[in-house]
Structures are given as structure tokens and as C-alpha cells.
Design a protein. Structure first.
Length: 417
């Protein structure tokens, strides 16, 4: 929606209201006073937004303008930490996570607030390292790389058992630990398995709040649980993204159960029916289901170099899950993204054993497209097999995908499965 101008201006407001010690207020403009700030996941707006604006729009200016603010926030967390462990302060935690009304056996998905804080401490530090590289601040790259290593070491010592289990067994705990690479490589697969098992134990439902939800399906996809991510997306019973739709919602709610399954409403003191947080699933739908991504190297950000890698498989974990929850198979996805270069389109459709993928690439850009088939003789662009095409540059194969490099224009790929 071309929000870069808005966020460029608003991030200046963030820097203006940032406290002298580097802490960031809960809301900007700060109307809550001098003690209302420094909450993990909220104050990290000072690093997360500038970095994402750079990736999505390709403009370094927001990084240059916000660099001191970004650095001040990381330095604040470092300053209030003891032995690189941030376990002090007031935090909102995984706000509005799943909790049954009559929770007698501990089904509420509570996540240790300090575990969350340490995770975002690492995340913002990583963003500061990335930003320092873009701005050629090599001294700070080295300084904060050393700090990041110590932050993750402290996380493992404090929150991970010798067998690799987190002290909080919630979905959000495992999602943050995996998404921010808090765990040694050797412990990540079993952590992802524990996350998957947790979801199954909640009868194929999510339990995440504001801080875990944006990363949940991304983590599942990254670690090979695409079917589980798809199941969560299409789940219709509470708590889920589609549950509100079944009771008439036309906007994203603040709570998973703003209107409860019994028809009653949540507390009127805090029950917004037009709230963004859980809508973060849209990022996964664009990036994974439709597969539209921007390159991340300095010459590729802002969709100068486009990556199209749609996820077209949605086989559910078990047929009984599909039957029990009446989950629909996904046979068609259409996504368009307006960039400063023009419109990017990625759509796919399944009909029988045939998969069609249509791609539109704007002028002055290139796209790397991942087609889910190794055999180029079974992939057509228009009516021409890739194996004999002189127009399409096939650059390799990877994990069952044929990778092609294309320039601006419209393309129609047909894959015979």
C-alpha cells in the first residue's frame, strides 16, 4: 500500500520520543509517561520497521535516519542485561495468547516473558548487524556480532534443558526460538518437532498471541511442516484465523474469541473488532502460498530481483483431520503486489494432474522462479517445453524444483504431474 512514506515519517516520531536511555515508549506519540516503555516485541519497532522498509522498498535512507535510534535500543537492552541475559523490566509478553475460560489442567499457552525478551534482544541485535553491513559500519558489525553470540549462549543456558526442551513448552516459545535462530543447529529439528506435536495436542489449532502468530507458519514451512501450516490456515474452529469468518467477521479481531463460540462477547473494555496483529498471516500467504519475495542482497531489495516460489502442495496430515474439521483443499491462489517497478503477479491453479503457474514480472526487474518439477520436459511455458525453450533460462534444480531466470513480461507455466 506504499506505506514507506508513512513509516519514514512515523519512525522519526519514534526516535523523537525515545527515552534518553534508549528505551522505546509503548505508544508513539508517547501519551503514557516516562515509565511506559521498554516492552519486548513492542519497543523492537525501532529496528524491525526500518529494516523491513529497506527490504521492501530498497531505500537506504530510512536506515541512515534511524541508525542511532536502532543502536540506542539495542544498547538499552544490553545495558539492562546481566551477563547478556535480559530478564528484567515490564513486558506485555505474548499478548492475548490462547487461554480457556475454565482452565483447570493448564491448557493456557503461557510463555515466559523473559524468554520472549531474550529472543527479541537477539532479533534486534541481528537487525542492527544487518543494517551496519548495509551502511558499511564494519566496527559495529564486529561489535554486535560478538554480542549476539553471547545473547544466544545466555538463552541456551537459561531457557534450554540439556535434552533440548525449552522451559516454556508453548508454541510461541518454540516459534521465537526457531525463527530467531536461538538454538544450536543440532537442536533445531527436535524443537520443530516439539512445536508440531504441540499443535497436534491442541487438536490442530494454534495457541499463539501477538508475538508468536506472525512467525508461526513461516517456522512450520521452514522446517518441513508445510502441511501443518496449511491445516492451521484453513482451520475453522476456535482458535483459528477462519473461526471469526464463520460467525460473520469481515475484519481481523483483536482476540481470537472476540465473539465466543457460545455467542457471548469478550470483555467490552478491550475487544476491538478491527485490529491488525493476527492479520500478519497475510505475510505468509503472499510469501509462501503465492511465493512472492524480494531479493535480500543490496542489489536485489525493493523487488529489483524477485523470487517466485509458490507453495502448491497442501496435503493434510491425515484424512481424519480433514474430515473432522471439514477443511477444504486449496486448488487456486491469486496474488498481486504493486511495487515501484510495477505489478508483480503470481497465481497457480490445480486441475486434475495439471498445475498451472502464471507469473507477471514488471519492467527493469528480473525474477527467479521455482517450478515444482525436476523434469523440464514435463514443464511447458506457453506451448514450449522448457527442455527445448530458447527464451527461458533454466539455471538449475533444487529440492525438487526447476529454477528459471526470467525478465519482465507475462509467463504461463504448465506442469504435468
Amino acid at each position: 500500500m506504499h506505506v514507506d512514506n508513512f513509516f519514514t515519517k512515523w519512525m522519526k516520531d519514534v526516535a523523537a520520543d525515545q527515552f534518553d536511555n534508549g528505551s522505546v515508549p509503548h505508544v508513539i506519540p508517547n501519551v503514557l509517561g516516562s515509565n511506559a516503555g521498554g516492552s519486548a516485541g513492542w519497543a523492537d519497532v525501532s529496528t524491525i520497521i526500518p529494516w523491513n522498509m529497506y527490504l521492501l522498498y530498497g531505500n537506504k535512507d530510512i536506515l541512515k535516519n534511524q541508525y542511532q535510534s536502532m543502536k540506542a535500543w539495542v544498547d538499552y537492552m544490553d545495558g539492562v542485561s546481566k551477563d547478556n541475559l535480559w530478564n528484567t523490566g515490564s513486558h506485555f509478553g505474548d499478548w492475548l495468547f490462547y487461554r480457556p475460560d475454565d482452565d483447570n489442567d493448564g491448557r493456557a499457552a503461557l510463555t515466559d516473558k523473559n524468554l520472549i525478551a531474550q529472543s527479541f534482544f537477539a532479533h534486534s541485535t541481528q537487525i542492527l548487524i544487518n543494517t551496519s553491513k548495509v551502511l558499511n559500519k564494519e566496527e559495529n558489525v564486529q561489535k554486535y556480532t560478538i554480542l549476539l553470540k553471547e545473547i544466544k549462549k545466555a538463552f541456551v543456558e537459561e531457557y534450554v534443558t540439556p535434552n533440548g526442551r525449552l522451559v516454556s513448552g508453548s508454541q510461541t516459545a518454540y516459534v521465537l526460538a526457531l525463527n530467531f535462530d536461538m538454538l544450536p543447529v543440532g537442536l533445531r529439528a527436535q524443537a520443530a518437532q516439539r512445536l508440531a506435536e504441540n499443535i497436534v495436542n491442541y487438536n490442530y489449532h494454534l495457541t499463539t498471541g501477538f508475538l508468536g502468530t506472525p512467525y508461526l507458519n513461516h517456522v512450520l514451512t521452514r522446517f518441513g511442516y508445510q502441511d501443518l501450516a496449511y491445516t492451521l490456515l484453513m482451520q475453522k474452529t476456535y482458535p483459528s484465523w477462519l473461526y471469526p469468518v464463520t460467525v460473520g467477521a469481515t475484519t481481523i479481531w483483536e482476540r481470537w474469541d472476540g465473539r465466543k463460540p457460545d455467542g457471548s462477547f469478550q470483555t467490552p473494555g478491550m475487544n476491538s473488532f478491527n485490529h491488525y496483529a493476527y492479520g500478519a498471516i497475510g505475510d505468509w500467504m503472499y510469501r509462501v502460498l503465492a511465493g512472492i519475495n524480494s531479493g535480500t542482497d543490496p542489489d536485489g531489495v525493493g523487488y529489483k530481483k524477485i523470487i517466485i516460489k509458490p507453495y502448491t502442495e497442501n496435503q493434510l496430515i491425515a484424512e481424519n483431520v480433514q474430515e473432522q474439521y471439514e477443511l477444504d483443499p486449496l486448488t487456486e491462489v491469486v496474488a498481486n503486489l504493486q511495487t515501484y517497478y510495477g505489478k508483480i503477479s503470481s497465481s497457480w491453479k490445480k486441475e486434475g494432474k495439471q498445475l498451472t503457474i502464471q507469473v507477471e514480472v514488471p519492467v527493469n526487474t528480473t525474477a527467479r522462479v521455482y517450478l515444482p518439477k525436476n523434469d523440464t520436459s514435463r514443464i511447458l511455458e506457453g506451448k514450449t517445453p522448457l527442455s527445448s525453450s530458447k527464451e527461458i533460462d533454466v539455471i538449475g534444480n533444487e529440492d525438487g524444483y526447476t529454477i528459471v531466470e526470467i525478465g519482465s513480461g507475462q509467463y504461463n507455466f504448465t506442469i504435468d504431474n
